[in-house]
Design a protein around this ligand. Sequence first.
Ligand code: LLP
Length: 463
Amino acid sequence: MSRSAHPAGPRHADVLPEGHYSAPPSDLNALDPKVWSETVTRNEDGVLTVGGIDVKRLAEEFGTPAYFLDEDDFRARARAWRTAFGEDADVFYAGKAFLSRAVVRWLDEEGLNLDVCSGGELATALSAGMPAERIAFHGNNKSTGEIRRAVEAGVGRIVLDSFQEIVRVAHIAQELGMRQRVQIRITVGVEAHTHEFIATAHEDQKFGIPLAGGQAAEAVRRALRLDGIELIGIHSHIGSQIFDMSGFEVAAHRVVGLLREIRDEHGVELPEIDLGGGLGIAYTSDDDPREPHEIAKALTEIVTRECEAARLRTPRISVEPGRAIVGPTAFTLYEVGTVKPLDGLRTYVSVDGGMSDNIRTALYDAEYSVSLVSRSSDAEPVLCRVVGKHCESGDIVVKDAFLPGDLAPGDLLAVPATGAYCRSMASNYNHVLRPPVVAVRGGEARVIVRRETEEDLLRLDVG
Ligand code: LLP
């Protein structure tokens, strides 16, 4: 049982099979397509390539550590979500997973909408030309400045998260002589993570307005009375890294129940429901994520069935996948600096990054895979812990991994599935510089977020 297993980790520690790490994989050089992006392969020299470029060349040109993002894979995943949900639904990419102006342009081109949750994300989206009406603005404590900017820009929806915010947004919109389209985020008493969901008592969190005790119904009552806002729907987000659709089933049932109450009390049928994000990806070969078309089919069927039972017109559905689109599209490339075998324990492999470029292992006990990618090796597998260069013993990138016994300084390691919540949660701890994000496509690589420099650090330090 893990010390700090977090719901946002890829799996609960208590569902790990016994002796999970006892058997090394049969072939350490194999690249499981589940965890690597679409164009990743090994060339005849055993070097990993992405988008047709090998990692030795990438490391030479862009340095390490660095995130390499497979643009074709990103676009294909975005398109798969768009196609799976079709014209009668909307897909909002959750920018918190990873956002840059290039990503915004790809989303725009692929016909996706965008969920932002801060003024900074909103500014990034607008500066890259995402049409404001395709932006949804989230957050449990948006400032009045952020709200004003969003309303003025004409965002398609603001997702209201509290009683105060209902009034705040209505007043600001009215002051600006506008009517803002809004959804109300409710907590339906379901928390889903990975292979499980819990259907009680999860109103105990900072997000949303609880359905329990009639609070959500009261929020709707108040929202419907205010001129500055137009209530278009109800929003629910139940968790992260979810594989099991049953949590969504319960959530949809409860959201539709509220729509029915609203119809009965106010004679209004709200036209939209948003079921949030949280769909899981494979971080290791043990994870079995579902395909967008299966998810779309399951969610659409649940909502349609529930609405038929409640004699409601089926609302337009929207979803907000972040991790499921960008997560599998990138890997982090590191150079090995030291290899330290500890007798009878394990071998510590230190790389040139760490918790500043991937906090998820330290924060959530998240699991990752790792491979030697600058060459193949037939050496015996050795149980390793891949750690970073930070002054902290919890600075772990991959807690338990088998790597070839001839691993040596100068070798390149890659950690797949780091596209989501790695660069976006990166820090400058120990004044380590945040790595670049390099998009690779069709034999070409280009920096989309450059590496931080010492000058960048010193620019903020006004002396
Ligand atoms: N919509 C809402 C309202 C959300 O709060 C989130 C994530 C998403 C969509 C996107 O969820 P996704 O599809 O990416 O799982 N930092 C954590 C995850 C926190 C997610 C917060 N909200 C991690 O590294 O796992």
